[in-house]
Design a protein around this ligand. Structure first.
Ligand code: SF4
Ligand code: SF4
Length: 101
């Protein structure tokens, strides 16, 4: 099955990749992705760890300390530009092409 394809202004093929999820165990809540997204897809939320989650990366944080992480709030508004992933230093944003079938 083919993926959805668009065109750039000069007519070259371009395949958008739409946001699927953010790994909140890696996210540091820096907000860089939020600032580059022109579509209001993202939103900062309070992190809620799973009880059995391995949170070694955040051992410096007190268990009761609140931390904010990015979440996908309006996935349907994503245009697949991948700008958010390109500015994320933690590589925690996943994208996927859209099936055109
Ligand atoms: S791919 Fe583009 S439109 Fe979609 S969430 Fe990221 S920055 Fe926003
Ligand atoms: S750029 Fe990456 S680390 Fe920063 S808030 Fe967005 S997802 Fe989290």
């Amino acid at each position: 099955m083919a993926n959805y394809q668009g065109l750039t202004q000069d007519g070259s093929a371009w395949e958008p990749e739409f946001i699927t999820e953010i790994d909140q165990t890696k996210c540091i809540g820096c907000g860089r992705c939020y600032k580059v997204c022109s579509r209001d897809v993202l939103n900062l939320v309070e992190y809620e760890a799973d009880e059995d989650e391995d949170d070694d990366e955040y051992d410096d944080f007190d268990d009761d300390e609140q931390r904010m992480v990015m979440a996908v709030a309006n996935a349907g508004d994503c245009i697949g530009c991948v700008a958010c992933a390109s500015v994320c230093s933690k590589r925690c944003i996943s994208h996927s092409p859209l099936n055109a079938a």
